[in-house]
Design a protein around this ligand. Sequence first.
Ligand code: ADP
Length: 400
Amino acid sequence: MKVLIINCGSSSLKYQVIDSDSEEVLAKGLCERIGIDGRLVYQKAGLDKEITEAPMPTHKEAIQMVLDALQNPKTGVISSLKEIDAVGHRVVHGGEEFSGSVLITDEMIKAVENCTDLAPLHNPANLIGIRVCKELMPGTPMVGCFDTAFHQTMPAKAYLYPIPIEYYEKYHIRKYGFHGTSHSFVSKETAKFLGLDLNHSKIIVCHLGNGASISAVKDGRCIDTSMGLTPLAGLCMGTRSGDVDPSIVEFLGKKLNLDASGVLQILNKKSGVLGLSRGLSSDFRDLSAAAESGNRDAQNALDVFCYRVTTTIGAYIAALDGVDAIAFTAGIGENDKDVRSTVMNNFHYMGIRIDEEKNSIRGENVKISTDDSKVAVCVIPTNEELAICRDTVAVLSENK
Ligand code: ADP
């Protein structure tokens, strides 16, 4: 089957066409600056990227351009839209409605609309992508894959916030968690790679990218994760603060004469390692280089980041009552060997040992712990598009 994967943001859209049998990416790219001017990046497997500047007033023109590029007689990968067997859409927030990927129907769309106040920036953009694809490819089956779904197995003790219970009942305020597609994919790949029985395993997945979250996965099911009602919670991130004392919102608001959303803007966009490094960078390559040349702020930022990852892993070892494997993934998790060894060296007392030579290998699944390490530590590159493709095929075969 040829599956089109769509990840629609408010002014951008990422896409891939994957052959689900071989799991090869046939073409991929993105549309940027939708509603501003418009830029299509298209890359057929094995060829260079093509960049086209063209007006994209709305997502409809953007998706139409993607579909035209896919059918281009020279560089396309299909000769007609009929060759797209299914479309898999990323959807950010599925609330408590969705604990797995589902076929897109009118009822499903309504249920996603009902979750919009939980993800006011993301869900409307995801829905636009769904509606436009339905219009341009009527009759093609479509599946929605939610960032929150994998975490729906958390027990109440993990997802309830200790605030009056009516707010959970009335407003659905609870921990949801994000990056679920990645946590699900990486936990499964980790078990496969290490030869563990997923149904009898304790795995901690560290998804460390610009946005970062950790999850505790017991017997293949998520039992806790570090993001919350929104992706602002948990670890220190590129520009997000992660967990802070909630009183800071009022305190800083008074000092800066800002309302709550003004302070939250700071906590989302100007905090994390960017804020700690005095605005130097949110990119770990820049921070490591600066720290090496003696920049104290950059070093503090890296220290805070690693400390939070360490304490969260520690908490999840307790929640799991032990751990068989710890997996690192996403931009920092896959590429930054110093972060991995700094974090893992804090677990020396537990018998975790890192092989620094293996820790330097990049771009593939690799076990970076020594053979005598009490816990297996590995790097497992995430692949959210492939995870969406697999889910799309699975949901379609269940609904045949
Ligand atoms: P997101 O999908 O959340 O935008 P990614 O998973 O793509 O984020 O991660 C992006 C981050 O990964 C960058 O901001 C940078 O900090 C980090 N990163 C990427 N490549 C490297 C590298 N070679 N060494 C260290 N960090 C890297």
